[in-house]
Write a new protein. Structure first.
Length: 337
């Protein structure tokens, strides 16, 4: 390698560092502000940030299967509800919180591996209906298995003396979910997911082990929601069938991911922040109108912005200014040759 090659390599490295710096600086700034919330904010701000991190973790993990792989999983909230109930049952039977979170995460992953075998025999709308049916089945079981779940009245555990552990655990879950999504979208595994989404038959003929990818990703996308459900139960100390497996749990992460832009790294983040802020405003002023908002958002996305906010022209410019690295599925804002 001569001096010219070394100079060119150094220039490329400098440009790469410069292009990534705004992205990492913004991420570090947001993480620092979120971490300082218990000391600089009120109880309301802590609760709001807790719910924001919960929604972000759910939306980012949903996007692994629903965005990168293209399978609309309407039962993604089942892993959250299962984790909440497993954690509550563990604590009521004398287990400590660490064991409860471990069992909640493990139970969600094992359950996902179990149901992945039959549901991935289906595709498209049939897969979506099957996963939604599993969610509703768990809701019925939670309402009827009273000795284990408390039945329709729900399950309660003793209150926690401090909300700091649960706050930072939920923040860690959100960071882990976004980090996992970022790793997947830049790995060979992520490329395999995209090939499954674009044409599964061609991917299988080309040598991609589609069965292995689909089942492993389904299980991987369930682990963090199980942990999130356990952390939520630790914080709230109460769960019932509707709050664990209801429509809001099912559709909220999907709508947030779709609003931001499925199949993109920043899409679930943008969609979660935007929709959580709007939802909080409506909840504080207009009661249950935020549930109607979900339907309006879906209609708006389908008619006006099918690619989500991150693929819209205004956000595409912001995306480039922040130098967020490109990844599969993002092509907005580029000039055509």
């Amino acid at each position: 390698m001569d001096d010219r090659d070394i100079a060119l390599s150094t220039a490329r490295d400098a440009r790469a560092v410069h292009s990534v710096r705004p992205y990492w600086f913004l991420a570090a700034l947001l993480l620092a502000v979120a971490s300082a919330t218990p000391w600089i904010g009120s109880r309301y701000h802590v609760s709001f940030m807790f719910l924001l991190c919960m929604h972000l973790a759910m939306a980012a993990t949903y996007d692994i299967v629903g965005g990168y792989m293209g399978y609309i999983n309407l039962g993604h909230g089942a892993f959250f509800g299962l984790g909440a109930y497993v954690y509550g049952a563990t604590v009521l039977r004398g287990g400590n919180p660490v064991l409860g979170l471990l069992l909640a995460t493990t139970a969600a992953g094992l359950f996902a591996g179990l149901v992945a075998v039959p549901v991935f025999r289906l595709r498209g709308v049939y897969f979506a209906i099957a996963t939604f049916g599993i969610l509703k089945l768990l809701e019925v079981l939670a309402a009827n298995l009273e000795p284990a779940t408390g039945g329709t009245p729900g399950l309660s555990i003793p209150p926690t003396p401090s909300t700091l552990p649960t706050f930072f655990l939920m923040l860690a879950a959100a960071v882990a979910a976004v980090g996992l999504s970022g790793w997947i979208c830049r790995s060979r595994l992520g490329l395999g997911l995209i090939t499954v989404r674009e044409d599964e038959d061609v991917a299988e003929v080309s040598g991609v082990n589609t069965r292995w990818i689909k089942r492993r990703m389904f299980m991987l996308s369930a682990l963090i929601p199980g942990f999130v459900g356990g952390t939520y139960m630790w914080q709230i100390t109460y769960v019932d069938p509707v709050s664990a497996f209801g429509f809001e749990v099912s559709f909220t992460p999907i709508i947030m991911a779709m609003l931001g832009g499925t199949g993109t790294l920043a899409g679930p983040v943008v969609g979660t922040v935007f929709l959580t802020l709007v939802e909080e405003l409506l909840w504080s002023r207009l009661g249950y109108l935020q549930l109607t908002m979900y339907g309006l958002v879906l209609v708006f996305i389908g008619l006006v912005m099918p690619g989500g906010l991150m693929r819209s022209r205004p956000f595409a410019h912001v995306y480039r200014v922040l130098a967020i690295p490109d990844h599969y599925g993002y092509r907005s804002g580029r000039r055509r040759p």
